[in-house]
Design a protein around this ligand. Structure first.
Ligand code: ZN
Length: 258
């Protein structure tokens, strides 16, 4: 409990804390590396029974933890990581994976990448978008590529939300307000993650903490053995913070003029 600064806030109705995944029919998950989806949101993705689309920004080419792959050409290694990602996606029943083609640590947060995400939002018309926590001090794992994708998605969703209705959640957050019971599907999530054989060296180090400990901790909030935790972002507040005029404000100012 000391680990979680937000614990005191969660003395509220249990139903309010559960992420109602059954209502989503067009989920879009946007991450940085080929194994992020499995590791961070794998349980939820498996439970989202409708066609889930995954967008992966970078090739995972810096994630070399095994000497077997050290001397492989970069593009060849990226291909291996994509193959692992496709296998993991199959285990979770993913509908589609879209690779954006960036290299690790080279994901720019700029108008081009924001527009690329906006294009995909227009293409897939998601009713829910899930990506990384965008506040640096609110995540236990502020990897530069995760933070970059978080900022890109945050800006794209804020703009897209002016003309579309959707929900927006962030994962890898220390301040969750929604939880998903993944006790029954955790084995499948771990099976999907195990498809990423190139990452076994890293996962053996980070998983005892990031997966087991945190999912056990989040489970306490909803009375489950294991849970994934998300922060639901209130899009009008986000738009205000980013200086984007919300529809509500537009309507309000128009009615004021009348
Ligand atoms: Zn990652």
């Amino acid at each position: 409990m000391i680990l979680c600064p937000a614990f005191a806030f969660y003395q509220t109705d249990l139903a309010m804390l559960k992420l109602d995944h059954k209502k989503y029919k067009r989920p879009l998950i946007i991450t940085s590396h080929p194994d992020d989806l499995e590791g961070f949101v794998g349980g939820l993705v498996y439970l989202l029974t409708h066609n889930v689309v995954s967008i992966v920004f970078a090739g995972g080419d810096r994630g070399v933890w095994d000497s077997t792959y050290e001397h492989l050409p970069l593009e060849e290694y990226i291909e291996i990581r994509k193959t692992e990602s496709n296998a993991g996606g199959k285990v979770l029943g993913l509908g589609e994976i879209l690779y954006m083609g960036y290299h690790d640590r080279e994901i720019p947060v700029n108008e081009t990448t924001i527009q690329q995400v906006l294009d995909q939002l227009e293409r897939y018309q998601p009713d829910v978008v899930i990506s990384f926590e965008f506040f640096r001090f609110s995540t236990p794992y502020p990897h530069p590529d995760h933070m970059a994708v978080a900022q890109i998605v945050r800006n794209a969703v804020a703009r897209y939300g002016l003309d579309h209705t959707l929900d927006y959640y962030v994962c890898s957050t220390l301040f969750p307000n929604r939880f998903v019971d993944v006790s029954a599907v955790r084995r499948i999530k771990l099976d999907a993650l195990a498809c990423h054989a190139t990452q076994n060296g890293l996962n053996a180090i980070i998983f005892p903490f990031f997966e087991r400990l945190l999912s056990k901790l989040w489970g306490i909030y909803i009375g489950a053995d294991y849970a994934e935790a998300y922060r639901k972002v209130y899009i009008p507040k986000l738009q205000k913070r980013l200086g984007i005029e919300t529809k509500v404000e537009v309507t309000f100012s128009e009615s004021e003029r009348v």
